[in-house]
Structures are given as structure tokens and as C-alpha cells.
Design a protein. Structure first.
Lengths: 259, 259
């Protein structure tokens, strides 16, 4: 993650409205910090600060310490240019809601342009009121099980902040290749297959069967494993020991000098 | 959401290993049900059932009531064909981890083909052990703030199940392989790994070396190969012959009656 995307995330504002359980404020702080967010605003929380908030923040104390408390939603979002409200259910008269993914892309784009952006979450029991949602430019809805659609408040924050983090990674950073593996070359691989073929003969695996197809099956499974060079050595080490045992066993059946 | 994608989600298994706080089990059940999942397995939970689990399930009582409790992870995942383990940090020696999004797409594709798929989550404090992660074909890592990367357990479940739900919604006609494979179950796989360990001992592959890491490397490459049942039989056939040769060889060095 680059400095600039870290910077964007740390400027986004999460607003919790009239939260009943201080534990949810703590869990929200933790979820935010996990995803690289810092700025929390609390509108008329029932109890804050509170030991349960601190306990559930689990180390995100800095987010709690810097949280600002407001009397009204309007006060909390006054300096913001763009406000997203979250909702668990489709509302009457509501503008079509965005998915978290689309909303996150939009948030990051606007933040990148230097706008102040806020995401607002309502109370545990009823979410945002229609009047509160009206304060928001866009509604965001997490696609949930229609028969059980109400997420815990901090879980909803987690999903949204997770999407914000992904969007920030996609915004700035090109797709990074995963760490390159030291893959075996085709030559290494064929060397191994030849070794396997000889060893299987020595340990009498074929027992007179037509073995092209058997070898084919081994080939397929090892191809699928995309072996690296160390793994080829490991497997060949195993074959060498099996061969050694087979030679000793064969010498027993046909001791030197026998006919 | 179609009936068939609902059906797929309801068959996925979430496994929590040695959960300390019953509240996290309840929050997990709620997160699962919010996203349309139903099947929960608990490996040696510290306390379960427990009133705090029920309280935090907030109506997902059915998920808790049907949760199955196991003594070991191996027991819990024995019937599964494909197991994903979650991890908060990159591990030494770990296969490259998947993002939740890529993992979810893979899970849904495999579930669509009729495979049993499990997602495994470790303890609150330390996550999955390396030995537990070794039981998993793939590791999944939530891209988090590197300076504060440990999500609450139920939050991690929320992120993963959210991605599973999105993947199920996007699933229209997955890229089907020409023919579904008869993949080995985790139980079959462990049977093979036990056989390999014994055979390597018999053919004197270890030569007094500390062999846990050696086995680890074999395990990783065979996990990556996603073995089907016939391949497990093929490999065990090879092991059986190597063993036979090794026994004859050993008898040569210590013929019956020698001291």
C-alpha cells in the first residue's frame, strides 16, 4: 500500500448516529483501524467514553481518543462535501442504493480529488431515519439475506471499510504479482519424470502393465502442482532412496554370482 | 438471488477452531445468517452452548442449534474436499495467500460442482497454527492495515461470508472444467500423508534429519496438486512398492537369525 492511499483512507470520516451500545463504538474503532481509517464522529452516543468501548477497541485506543462527539448529524457532517448513508433495507422514496463496492470506488475517487467524504451509520435497532438518510447524497446497502438482513453495527462498518481499503489499493496500486516462485523448468520437470519412470520400474510398480498411461497420470498430477526447483529435488531425493532399497532387494533375489 | 445460489451458500461450512469467547461464536452465527450461510462447526470451543453466544446471535439461533462440535480439526473437515484457512499475517513457508474475493470465487465454483467446501478460522489470539494451516489447501488473507492487522474473529467471518454472498450473486455460469473431478477428501489426503511419512522412514529418506519440515514440503506440493481419489490410490500404490523393496532390503542387512 502506498503512502498516498494510506493518506486517503485516513481522511475518510465514519459517523455513528445515536449508538446505544458502547461496545459497538469500540468494535467500530477496531474495524476502522484494521482497514486503515482513523476519523470517527459520534452523534449523541448513549454512553461515551465507556470501558466497554475501550475493551472492544482492542488497541484502537487512538481512534477512540480522537473521536469527536456532536449533538446532531448536521453538525457532524457540516464540513463534508459528500455523504453516504447506510441502510439495511430498501426504503420507500429512496434513491436507488449503491452496493458497498460501487460506493467505495466513488468515495475513493472523490477523496482523491480532495473532497471530504463521510459514511453515516444509524442506530442498532432501526438504522438511519428517513430524515437522516435525506442528509446523504447516496444510500449504500449491503446485499444481505432478505430473511435476516440486519447486520450488527460494527459488522456493517467492517464490510464498508473493507471495501474502502480494497478500493484504495486498486486506485493507486497496480496489481502486484504474488511473490515469484522459483519454478522448475520444463527440463527439470522432464528430468524428474524420467527419474520417476526408472524408479517405478525398479520397485516393480508396473507389474507388466502397460505403463504409458500410468506415467501419464503421474505427469498430470505433478504438472498441476506447478513444482518449484526445490520440490523437484525433494521428490528426486525420495526416488533415489526408493531406488537404493530396490537395488538391495534385487541383489537379494539375484545375489552376485548366481545365474 | 436465485434458488440455486441460496442453496450453494447454505452448504458451505464455517469452522471455528478453539474459540475462547462464546460471544464470538454468536456473532459468527449472526454474520453467517446475514449472508445466507447455515453450517457451523466448532472445534473444541472453550464454552458452548453459552448464553452470550445466544445473545449475540441476535436471532441466528438456528445456526447455533445446528452447529456441530468436534474434538479435532481433522474430524471437522474429514468429509470436505476443499479447505480454506484464514490467516492475518503472511507466514514463513506459506503458499501465496488468496484475497477474500478470489477465494470466494473459487469456493463458489467448487461448491457449484458439488464439492464440500470449508473455511477455517483460528483462535482469537493467535489464529490458526501452522499445523492447522497445513491442513488447508489454500490460505486466505484479508488485506488489512499492516500496523494493526488482527481483525476480531466474527469480523473476519463477516468479510469472508460477505464475499461469498457477492460471489454467489455473480455466479451465473461458472467456467466449468470439462468433467468434474472426483477429488480426494481431507480424510483420504491425511491417509496418504501418513502412508508417505511411514514409507519415507522405511526407505531411510530422513537419514536422521529433522523430518517435520521435509514432510511439510511434501504436504504443500501435494495440497497444491488437488489430488483426486484415483491419484491418491496411484501414489499409495507407488509407496506400497517402495515399502516392499525397503523391507526386503532391510531383511538383507539383517537376515533372519542374525544378531
Amino acid at each position: 500500500m502506498t503512502d498516498s492511499s494510506t493518506h486517503l483512507l485516513s481522511h475518510l470520516l465514519i459517523v455513528l448516529v445515536e449508538t446505544s451500545h458502547p461496545g459497538n463504538i469500540g468494535s467500530t474503532a477496531r474495524a476502522m483501524k484494521n482497514m486503515g481509517l482513523k476519523r470517527l464522529a459520534l452523534v449523541a452516543p448513549r454512553e461515551f467514553p465507556h470501558e466497554e468501548a475501550t475493551a472492544l477497541a482492542a488497541g484502537a485506543d487512538d481512534v477512540l481518543a480522537e473521536a469527536r462527539v456532536f449533538d446532531t448529524l448536521d453538525d457532524a457532517i457540516a464540513p463534508c462535501h459528500l455523504v453516504f448513508g447506510t441502510t439495511a433495507r430498501p426504503r420507500h422514496n429512496e434513491a436507488p442504493s449503491l452496493t458497498p463496492r460501487d460506493a467505495a470506488a466513488m468515495v475513493l475517487r472523490e477523496a482523491y480529488l480532495g473532497l471530504n467524504v463521510a459514511l453515516v451509520f444509524g442506530t442498532e435497532r432501526t438504522g438511519l431515519t428517513n430524515a437522516e438518510l435525506d442528509r446523504c447524497r447516496h444510500a449504500v446497502r449491503i446485499p444481505a439475506n432478505p430473511e435476516f438482513s440486519s447486520l450488527n453495527l460494527a459488522q456493517a462498518v467492517q464490510v464498508l471499510t473493507y471495501e474502502l481499503r480494497l478500493a484504495s489499493l486498486e486506485l493507486v496500486e497496480p496489481d502486484l504479482p504474488s511473490e515469484p516462485r522459483d519454478l522448475a523448468s520444463a527440463g527439470d520437470f522432464e528430468g524428474f519424470m524420467g527419474h520417476l519412470e526408472r524408479t517405478l520400474g525398479l520397485i516393480d510398480f508396473y507389474k507388466g502393465r502397460e505403463y504409458t498411461r500410468l506415467l501419464q497420470r503421474f505427469r498430470r498430477l505433478y504438472q498441476r502442482a506447478a513444482l518449484d526447483r526445490q520440490e523437484v529435488q525433494l521428490l528426486r531425493g525420495m526416488l533415489a532412496e526408493a531406488e537404493r532399497a530396490a537395488r538391495i532387494a534385487a541383489a537379494t533375489r539375484n545375489p552376485p554370482g548366481s545365474v
